[in-house]
Design a binder for this molecule. Structure first.
Ligand code: ADP
Length: 490
């Protein structure tokens, strides 16, 4: 047992893992946290479904994928689904790929509309997490569940007629990356999932007459974490709780906010292979080459404007409507705007139409393009991030690593990571509080003033580039949680 405690075995159950599958920050986190934990002496492995296109990506990355002998069988909707298990290593982390073409083969990660039927693959994913031990002989002690798609593992342990028997063998940690996505479906089709009827109760998955998969896991998990300390407080309030504030407040003793880290082996201007020139805090001259690269890409002449970028999903959460609403005012400032984001078709269309209207001032792409994001973070002067809410936010952390100064709304993880540069010697950005175009513009004008004063700009850039948001300290906070849970198992 002592050995087991020294090297805790953790299975991360997840819908995303960068660079294999990435839709947003969750992918970045699972792509780097398990590795950071393994460096601290854990044995973390990952379980991810074989979504459409995943194997192509694995091939492009040159990963060696082998098929395990064992299969996983799960009874769902009055039949048994059987899945193969593929094994590979992603960045040194042992990764199991759950191969069930009928459930995952046509799915590009998240279903477009969530119903009992489309949620079923994710019930299967949770159950597969509980079956890994029997299938592979490697028995995790902790299941670390990421967002609603992995949530059912915790509820199955508590409420399922078959999996309840395993409830003493696993501890569970749920990480909420974004409370906006809870996995809510009608209870009508859940009969075949195998939960006992008490699971659809106030103590379980019931939520205003619907099934809420995330709520079920909040109730059933041993620990719940959020991706920044501030967000763990925000979600206990009516404004930030998305209907779950009461539940989260009631469970505050097991709720912990741990700031996401940045994987500096991926996001580092000194070593980045896709940017036009490398640079460091000691010699930032390469940044100006990266800046020229963006002007060239957009077909613009550099007349000394401030290059402002937005990189993020085009959804309300990211404040894109604030940017669109302030576009006329933005165009009165000496700025050029680069927008990289995909998301809601209406926002995509509005962004592209603004770019068509102001071709010499606005450049936009609605692709999800990781390489381009590197170039934009590197070559821009400012990052505009007016989020309505932000569980952690990686964009501002990445921008800082590249000496691109964030102009951002002080909410959630942004408030935990960006220091306003007006009045602080160690400032790293420009913040605003009220969610209004006026406030955003005021912060942007302060930022434009600062970057046009080269000494001030260099000082803020230096503060940004020397800020350390590496996984090291965050990973040890997760390890502390595991160790606490191990103690309970022992
Ligand atoms: P969220 O997880 O809410 O989407 P984060 O700021 O935590 O937001 O993480 C977003 C991640 O996704 C960052 O790594 C960002 O660079 C990346 N990203 C977002 N949109 C795009 C896009 N269109 N192309 C490439 N990368 C993107």
């Amino acid at each position: 047992m002592a050995e087991a405690i020294k090297k805790p075995r953790i299975l991360h159950v997840t819908p995303e893992m960068s660079p294999l599958v990435k839709m947003g920050g969750l992918g970045d986190v699972v792509g780097s946290l398990p590795r950071a934990l393994n460096e601290l002496g854990c044995d973390c492995r990952v379980l991810i479904p074989n979504f459409k296109g995943l194997m192509d990506r694995a091939n492009q990355m040159g990963l060696k994928v082998t098929r395990c002998k064992a299969r996983i069988h799960v009874a769902l909707n009055w039949r048994v689904y059987s899945a193969g298990l593929l094994r590979t290593e992603v960045g040194g982390v042992k990764t199991y790929i759950l191969d069930q073409p009928e459930l995952f083969g046509d799915l590009e990660v998240y279903p477009k509309a969530l119903t009992c039927e489309t949620a079923m693959p994710f019930v299967f994913l949770g159950a597969a997490g509980l079956e890994i031990g029997d299938a592979t002989g490697w028995r995790p002690q902790v299941l670390h569940l990421h967002d609603w798609p992995a949530s059912t593992a915790a509820s199955l342990l508590k409420w399922h007629r078959h999996y309840h028997r395993c409830s003493g063998s696993y501890e569970t940690v749920l990480t909420i990356h974004n409370l906006a996505h809870q996995g809510i479906v009608s209870p009508a089709g859940m009969d075949g999932w195998g939960f006992n009827k008490n699971s659809f109760s106030i103590d379980g998955m019931e939520f205003y007459g619907h099934v809420n998969l995330l709520k079920g896991a909040i109730m059933a998990s041993d620990y719940v974490t959020t991706v920044s300390p501030r967000y763990s407080w925000d979600i206990q309030t009516k404004e930030g709780g998305m209907g779950l504030d009461g539940v989260l407040y009631a469970h505050r003793d097991k709720l912990k906010g741990i700031l996401n880290g940045v994987d500096y082996s991926v996001w580092n201007p000194a070593t980045d292979r896709v940017i036009a020139a490398n640079y460091t805090v000691q010699d930032i001259s390469g940044k100006w080459t990266c800046r020229e690269d963006l002007f060239k890409m957009a077909g613009w002449e550099d007349r000394g404007e401030v290059l402002v970028c937005f990189v993020g999903r085009l959804v309300e959460q990211k404040g894109i409507d604030l940017i669109l609403g302030a576009m006329d005012r933005l165009m009165l400032e000496p700025v050029k705007l680069l927008i990289l984001g995909s998301g809601h078709p209406l926002f995509q269309e509005r962004v592209l139409s603004e770019a068509r209207k102001h071709p010499d001032r606005i450049w936009a792409s609605t692709a999800f393009d990781e390489e381009l994001s590197h170039r934009i973070y590197a070559g821009s002067d400012l990052l505009l991030m007016p989020s309505l809410f932000e569980p952690c936010g990686l964009s501002q952390l990445i921008a800082m690593a590249y000496g691109t100064i964030p102009v951002a709304r002080a909410t959630g993880g942004i408030a935990d990571t960006v220091i306003d540069a007006d009045g602080a010697q160690d400032g790293t950005g420009f913040l605003f509080i009220d969610y209004s175009p006026e406030e955003m513009m005021r912060a942007l004008r302060r930022a434009i003033g600062a970057v046009t004063d080269i000494n001030r700009r260099l000082n803020i850039m230096r503060n940004c580039m020397t800020s350390d948001f590496s996984w090291k300290s965050s990973a040890s906070s997760y390890r502390e949680i595991y160790m606490d849970l191990m103690g309970r198992l022992a």
